[in-house]
Ligand binder design. Structure first.
Ligand SMILES: [Zn+2]
Length: 465
């Protein structure tokens, strides 16, 4: 298939390590890591990958025809960049697809509202659903309502999300979207509207998943949530009409797309790194998560430029993160191999710089991790004393089987201004920041793949101390 970056990037993998980083005892890991980090800062691969994906595929909700094109794009891209063992791993997952949708205030002040239906929202009856609203300025206020208190009403929660560097504002308010529809339905509500989990003050609604609740549920733009607050403050009853269509497929075909740089000495010892290929539909999935796909792909390719590593590096483009399923499928498919997976990581918090990171417990003072950590000051990254906590939802299936993992924390300050909205497009990606991510991951992959570091053993030793 035609691909923007093919004309720009030669598939020149597996060239030799520069003499400066080679010693009689093998590669000098510190020199190699520093060399790679420098190369990464000037390497256009990640940008070309995210540009190609967002331009030539665009939005790619799991279950859509675009996701089939994304799968083929992933295979073609990995092959063009010199990856080996490029293949597709199929699975099935339940999915939800948006149809036409609108919302409006019927009275007292008729006007349109900007919404996006939430994943697993029920459709409204044909012709729409018109009902009075019950507005709550905090999610806790809605939860305090007794059963039946919201009977016949559309529940509206307008609590705003807090902007934070570490993204913790999202975790703190997430239930308002994911569990809100079910909690409202439990109290008798016939519809649910939440202020978008957005840190922008604008009129873009932000999509996202929710647990199925059997009622129509949507996210309001921040501006529309505030508009409803002002109307509610007048004391007049507010009537809203929702008109939403959607469909569900309980067994949608989906794919994880895989490519490897095979190890020269221990090919069965594998480092797994990736991002997710699927996206929500309003934007083109540039920061969520075309950037992660690009960072992982570019970092692995850069390591391969230095010669074949000792261990295998595997890039995975997970195929159903937003609606769930790809992490579970990957964990299940690799159950027999899990004990040989040395470490796993996922890049899925945008394209802004990594500002701190956590390496697995007990590993920081090893020669391999010292070599890796030596590149961090030059990239303005803090080595956190805390062990990794999350890893990423697509590697959760591996982590549950005891696979060691890392957290490379991207600066999330602006991420939720854009996340899951129409603003998630390529112009939100800053090329130097994207390259900084590649530099950190490339240095990490290089030092781990060219050493015999055993994170499981180190964690056990640390636990015994
Ligand atoms: Zn994501």
């Amino acid at each position: 298939m035609r691909n923007l970056m093919f004309s720009i990037i030669a598939a020149g993998a597996l060239t030799a390590l520069p003499a400066a980083a080679q010693t009689a005892a093998g590669p000098d890991l510190s020199a190699g890591a520093r060399h790679l980090a420098e190369r990464a800062l000037a390497d256009p691969t990640a940008w070309k990958v995210v540009e190609s994906l967002t331009t030539e595929v665009g939005p790619r909700p799991v279950g859509s025809p675009a996701m089939v094109r994304a799968r083929d794009w992933g295979v073609a891209t990995l092959k063009a960049l010199g990856f080996e063992n490029v293949h597709v791993e199929s699975f099935e997952t339940p999915t939800w697809a948006r149809g036409p949708e609108s919302a409006e205030v019927v009275s007292p002040y008729p006007q349109m509202l900007r919404i996006l239906g939430l994943g697993h929202s029920a459709p409204t009856p044909p012709g729409g659903l018109t009902a009075p609203i019950a507005l709550f300025r905090s999610y806790q206020d809605m939860l305090a309502q007794p059963p039946g208190a919201l009977a016949g009403k559309i529940a509206v929660v307008t609590q705003a999300m807090r902007k934070t560097q570490d993204g913790s504002g999202y975790g703190a308010i997430n239930a308002q979207r994911t569990a809100g529809p079910a909690e409202a339905a439990r109290r008798g509500a016939i519809g649910y509207l939440t202020r978008s989990l957005s840190t922008a003050e604008d009129r873009e609604p932000h999509a996202g998943g929710a647990a199925a609740a059997g009622i129509p549920a949507a996210a309001l733009s921040p501006a529309d949530a505030e508009q409803l607050e002002r109307m509610a403050a007048t004391g007049k009853p507010i009537v809203v009409r929702l008109d939403m269509a959607s469909s569900e497929n309980p067994a949608t075909p989906a794919w994880n797309v895989v490519g490897e740089i095979r190890g020269r000495e221990q090919p069965d010892e594998v480092l797994v790194l990736g991002g997710h290929l699927d996206s929500w539909d309003p934007g083109t999935g540039a920061i969520d998560d075309g950037a992660g796909v690009a960072i992982a792909t570019a970092a692995a390719r850069l390591v391969s430029e230095q010669g074949r590593p000792r261990r295998t590096i595997r890039v995975v483009m997970w195929g159903s993160e937003e609606q769930g399923g790809s992490g579970r499928a990957y964990g299940a498919a690799h159950r027999l191999e899990a004990s040989k997976i040395i470490v796993a990581g996922e890049s899925d918090l945008g394209a802004d710089p990594i500002w701190s990171l956590s390496v697995p417990r007990g590993s920081a003072r090893t020669p391999a991790m010292q070599a890796f950590l030596s590149v961090l000051p030059g990239l303005k990254v803090i080595a956190s004393p805390q062990p990794p906590r999350f890893g990423g939802s697509d590697i959760a299936g591996l982590i549950a089987q005891g696979v060691p993992f890392v957290d490379f924390n991207q600066d999330a300050t602006r991420y939720f201004d854009v996340h899951h909205s129409a603003h998630d497009t390529l112009d939100m990606v800053d090329p130097p920041s994207l390259a900084q991510n590649v530099a950190v991951w490339a240095a990490f992959l290089y030092t781990v793949a060219n050493s015999d570091i055993d994170f499981r053993k180190l964690a056990q030793q640390e636990a015994r101390k």
